[in-house]
Ligand binder design. Structure first.
Ligand code: NAD
Length: 468
C-alpha cells in the first residue's frame, strides 16, 4: 500500500477513527497515520500542523522565513496562542513534528501538502495570491508521486484551479487539489482545531476526499460534520462565513450609534435580540470595529470578487463602511469631551491586540485610535498582556509601553479600554482612580456596567449606552 499505515497503541485511542482489531491481550487500534507537509508556518500553519501531529501523523512545517524556523527549532513559539506551546513541545519530543526551510524534502516525503501561506489584501482589495501561487510552483517543481495538495489559505473562488494549472504545468506526476478552508479563531485556535464545528472539504476527486476524510476523522468523533462540496463552493464558504460575522458586528455597531441618539441601551437591546433562537447570542457585541488579519481583508476580497464578475455586493460595502467609521467613534467621544483640545493630554491604553488571547495587532482598531490621538498631539502609555512587542514594531518610541497595566495609568488624563482582556474586567477601581488625573474612562468594549461606573464615581463613556 502506498500510504504509511501503522498500528498504534492506546495512546491514540481517544482519536481512533478506524476500526478496532481484535487482539489477544491489548486492544489495538487501526489508524491511518500520514506524512504531512505544511507550507507556511504562521498562525494557521503552526496550529494545524501541530494538531495533525497530535493525532499521530508525522508533520513537517515549512517556512521561507529562516528566522521563524530557527526560533521554532530552538523551542521558541513565534506567536502567542493559548495551549500551543505545550502541544508543539510534546509533538516535537515525540518526533512527530519538525520544522524546516527545506521545502523540497518536506514535499517529497509527504502524502498531503497543505498550503497555509498568507493572502494579504492587494491595493485594489483583492487577495494577493503571490505566496499561494509561489507555494504551488514549489510543489510542482518537487512532486515525485501522487499527492493531495490542500489549500488552507483563504483564497478567492477559482484559486484551486490556478494552483492545479501551475502544478500541472511543471510535472507529469499525478495529484489532486483540495480546498479545505480554515475556520479557527485566533485566541482559541488549538481548541477550535481539535474540536471544529465542521470540516469543509472541496474536491472533485473521490481519492483525495477519502484521504482527507481519514485525516480529519479523529477531529469529528463527537459528531461535527465533514461537508463535501466543490472546490469553488468551499472557497466561497470561507468568505461567506467571515462576511456574515463581519455583518453582525457592523449591524450591532450601527444600531449602537443609533441607541446613543435615542437614549436606548445597546446592551439591553442585544440581550432581547440575541434571545431569539433564529438570531442567537453570539457575535452581537458592539465595539470599536472589527479588526484582525481576516475580517477586513476577506470582506474586501469578496467585494472585489463580485466586482470582477460585474456584481456589486451592496450589503458588504456598507458593512465595511460602517466598520471604518466605527474605528473613529471613541476618538470622537474623546474630542467632544475635551472640546477637541488633545494636545498635551496623556492617555493610558489598556489593550492593543485586535481581540483578547492573542498578540496579533494586524488591523487592530487600537492602532487606528492611537495614530489618531498622536496626530492630535496626545501622549500614549500603552499596556497589553501579549501584544506589546508587536505594537513596538509599529510605533517604536512614539508611545510608552508598560507591561504592568496599572503603571500605564500614572499621571494619565483618562483610561481607554481597547481590547476586552479578561484581566481588565474586575480591576482595582480605587487604584485606577488614584493613578489617573481624573476618574475618566473611555471604554471601547463595554466591559463595565454603567451602574457600576456610576457607583464607583467614574465619568464613563462606552458604546451604544448613555454616558454616566
Ligand atoms: P501568517 O502571516 O501568520 O503566516 C503565513 C506564513 O507563510 C509566514 O510565516 C510566511 O513566512 C510563510 N510563507 C509565505 N510564503 C511562503 C512560501 N512560499 N513558502 C513557505 N512559507 C511561506 O498568516 P496566517 O494568519 O497563518 O494566515 C494564513 C492563511 O490562513 C491566510 O490566507 C488567512 O486568511 C487564513 N486564515 C487565517 C486565520 C487566522 O486567524 N490567522 C484563520 C483562518 C484562515
Amino acid at each position: 500500500m502506498y500510504f504509511n499505515t501503522k498500528f498504534a497503541l492506546g495512546e491514540l485511542s481517544a482519536y481512533t477513527p478506524g476500526y478496532r482489531i481484535a487482539h489477544k491481550y491489548t486492544p489495538l487500534y487501526y489508524i491511518h497515520l500520514m506524512k504531512i507537509c505544511v507550507i507556511g508556518t504562521g498562525y494557521v500553519g503552526l496550529v494545524d500542523g501541530t494538531c495533525f501531529a497530535e493525532t499521530g501523523n508525522t508533520v513537517v512545517c515549512v517556512d521561507s522565513n529562516k528566522a521563524k524556523i530557527d526560533a521554532l527549532l530552538c523551542g521558541q513559539i513565534p506567536i502567542y496562542e493559548p495551549g500551543l506551546d505545550a502541544l508543539v513541545g510534546k509533538n516535537v519530543t515525540k518526533n512527530r513534528l519538525s520544522f524546516t526551510t527545506d521545502a523540497k524534502t518536506a514535499i517529497q516525503n509527504a502524502e498531503i501538502c497543505f498550503i497555509s501561506v498568507g493572502t494579504p489584501p492587494g491595493e485594489d482589495g483583492s487577495a494577493d495570491l503571490q505566496y499561494v501561487l509561489s507555494a504551488a510552483k514549489t510543489i510542482g517543481e518537487h512532486l515525485n508521486g501522487y499527492k493531495v495538495i490542500v489549500d488552507k489559505s483563504t483564497v478567492p473562488v477559482g484559486t484551486a484551479d490556478k494552483v492545479r494549472e501551475i502544478i500541472a504545468g511543471l510535472t507529469k506526476q499525478p495529484f489532486d487539489v483540495v480546498s479545505n478552508p480554515e475556520f479557527l479563531k485566533e485566541g482559541a485556535a488549538v481548541e477550535d482545531f481539535l474540536k471544529p464545528d465542521r470540516i469543509v472539504i472541496g474536491t472533485e476527486s473521490d481519492r483525495a476526499y477519502a484521504l482527507m476524510e481519514k485525516l480529519y476523522a479523529p477531529f469529528v468523533r463527537i459528531g461535527a460534520p465533514i461537508i463535501r462540496m466543490t472546490t469553488r463552493s468551499a472557497e466561497m464558504t470561507k468568505y461567506a462565513a467571515n462576511a456574515m460575522l463581519a455583518t453582525r458586528i457592523s449591524f450591532m455597531n450601527d444600531l449602537a450609534n443609533l441607541c446613543e441618539l435615542v437614549e436606548a441601551d445597546i446592551d439591553m437591546v442585544r440581550k432581547g435580540l440575541g434571545s431569539d433562537s433564529r438570531i442567537g447570542k453570539r457575535f452581537l457585541f458592539p465595539g470599536i470595529g472589527y479588526g484582525g488579519s481576516c475580517f477586513p481583508k476577506d470582506v474586501k476580497a469578496i467585494i472585489r470578487t463580485a466586482q470582477e464578475n460585474a456584481y456589486s455586493l451592496e450589503l458588504l460595502k456598507a458593512v465595511e463602511a460602517v466598520n471604518e467609521k466605527q474605528k473613529h467613534t471613541l476618538v470622537e467621544k474623546i474630542k467632544r469631551h475635551y472640546g477637541s483640545k488633545l494636545s498635551g493630554k496623556k492617555f493610558a491604553v489598556w489593550g492593543l491586540a485586535f481581540k483578547p488571547q492573542t498578540d496579533d495587532i494586524r488591523e487592530a482598531p487600537a492602532i487606528v485610535i492611537i495614530k489618531e490621538l498622536l496626530q492630535a498631539g496626545a501622549q500614549i502609555s500603552a499596556s497589553d498582556p501579549e501584544a506589546l512587542a508587536e505594537t513596538k514594531k509599529v510605533f517604536g518610541n512614539k508611545i510608552e509601553y508598560q507591561p504592568d497595566n496599572y503603571a500605564a495609568l500614572d499621571g494619565a488624563d483618562a483610561l481607554l479600554i481597547l481590547t476586552e482582556w479578561r484581566e481588565y474586567r474586575e480591576p482595582d477601581f480605587a487604584r485606577i482612580k488614584s493613578a489617573l488625573k481624573a476618574p475618566l474612562i473611555f471604554d471601547g468594549r463595554n466591559i463595565y456596567s454603567t451602574a457600576l461606573m456610576r457607583e464607583q464615581g467614574f465619568t464613563y463613556y462606552s458604546i451604544g449606552r448613555r454616558k454616566v
